[in-house]
Design a protein around this ligand. Sequence first.
Ligand code: GDP
Ligand code: IMO
Ligand code: MG
Length: 428
Amino acid sequence: MANVTVIGAQWGDEGKGKLVDWLSNRADVVVRFQGGHNAGHTLVVGDQVYKLSLLPSGVVQGKLSIIGNGVVVDPWHLLKEIGTLGEQGVKITPDLLVLADNACLILPLHRDLDQAREAAATNKIGTTGRGIGPAYEDKVGRRAIRVADLADRAALEAKIDRLLAHHTPLRRGLGLPEYDGAALLAELEEMAPKILPFARPAWLMLDEVVKAGRRVLFEGAQGALLDVDHGTYPYVTSSNTVAGQAAAGSGLGPKGPGYVLGIVKAYTTRVGEGPFPTELKDEVGQHLGTVGREFGTVTGRSRRCGWFDAALVRQSVALNGIAGVALTKLDVLDGLPKLKICTGYELNGEAIGYLPAGLKAQGQLMPVYEEMDGWSETTQGARSWKDLPANAVKYVRRIEELIGAPVSLLSTSPQRDDTILMRDPFQD
Ligand code: GDP
Ligand code: IMO
Ligand code: MG
């Protein structure tokens, strides 16, 4: 199969960035198709650590990288990230990076609104505070400013008026100062010449790339259980994070996404609020957080940790059409004497094998566990299946059975090359 789509199969931070970086030397183009700079993808190559939020992880290997129309783009943040990568020796030019000209912008007023709402809410979502939700609201409300608008001053002025007609009463209600449209126009005009050289019709480029027989690697952000339709609503992000979005969020047709590789952490984590049936608030949870260094890249918040939830990943396999899985952070389980896997739930005394849609029901799920023996040996840095202790192999095999998908890749440390390939997704 020519193309591969990488998506998070849990609540994000599964290790998508590491795997996209590793896979990108087999691809010709790497494409982001949803989300924004709420994402935090960490790549470790030797002693260099790259933290990417908006740039596709393929840039580090010098692959043509596309930010698709489905992404909401904070242009100032993008310029900052380009600058940081430049300081790390990754020079990003319009030959390397393409920004879809029909992508919508995140503006400072979106960030203000996101943060003010979270501050005022009694039931906080725990957003990243980067304006993602409000920017998507303006997109579907048909009042967003898009990348191409930056080249048209007259359109920009009219669009700002329309946008402020919506935002001014909202800001007033939240006690925020009135937004100055002239100042926003000046800021956009100052930034436009730096961003516009990257702007292109990304769909057209992708069409040409595919017709030329080249391979596309799609890079998802967040995770399936943060999907605005399929996740633990309303404790979700504001985009579709499932693999199907790779087509709409890039402009490639429905066959474009190709082989869907679900990135799955060997245990479960979540940042922000919302239901989490297998969450551990004890010393095992703390152990996973410490050994797994579970702190958010974007906000620095501690990630909540818990046992592997096979019911949740089984749901994700169905929602995304996952053909194979990359299992990450197996090494974090090294040394734990006993491991538990959640195989399903109990809800009001009845067995249930999936996360029901209702928030109340999600909060009442009692996980049903299966216990396995752990391993005392280390798997950290293992580069061959043969190097894994027998109990680690059993754990991986049991996960495959329970989720109904094979493990194609295994990651055993943050380092790029500490990755075991069982089946090449580009060949499958
Ligand atoms: P993403 O958002 O899915 O790209 O994941 P993040 O980069 O936010 O979080 C994953 C974290 O785990 C990063 O700090 C990675 O460097 C690290 N990581 C990735 N794979 C492994 C692994 O197999 N073992 C360990 N110990 N860390 C890993
Ligand atoms: P990556 O790509 C984990 C979470 C936030 C919050 C919810 C809504 O690194 O896996 P938002 O700012 O998107 O409106 O916040 O979604 N969230 C993530 N959690 N990884 C991410 O991205 C996330 N992006 C958003 O913590 O609960
Ligand atoms: Mg992350």
